[in-house]
Design a protein. Sequence first.
Length: 159
Amino acid sequence: MPRQAGRAVVNERRLFCRAVAKRRRGAAVLVELAILLPLLVLLSGGIIDLSRFAHHYVAISDAAGAGVRFASFHPVTPTTTAYWNTATRKTVTDTLQEVSGFDPIHLTIEGPQVVQGVDGGPIRNVRLTVSYRFEPVIDWPGLPGEIWLRRRVEMKVAR
């Protein structure tokens, strides 16, 4: 009998030690989670803002390209200048309408302008500059609250 009583005490101690170890492991997991969760949220926010920034920059580049293509393939004369400017700007705005979160209030379009080529020869180019005010989702310390994305495109007049 004393042997069985001794085994019961040992078994109780083992069960108690396992229960304490499980509680300690659970507490350690909670501490690790409390340390890592803010870092993961911060990292996720950074990835989201960086990908939004890249997406908007590519969209601005595409819109500037579409606007300058329209302007270079449609000849401009003194009588069609107003239509040419309006249609080019509309092309840029319509291209950006497809971007989620696009706000036309933040958009600035400079041009289109017909300029002489690099060497000053008879070749004429069309220049268009598109700017957009990008606002990150998170207000990052040390970074500005708004970033101006600017893209200037110049293309040879086709006709």
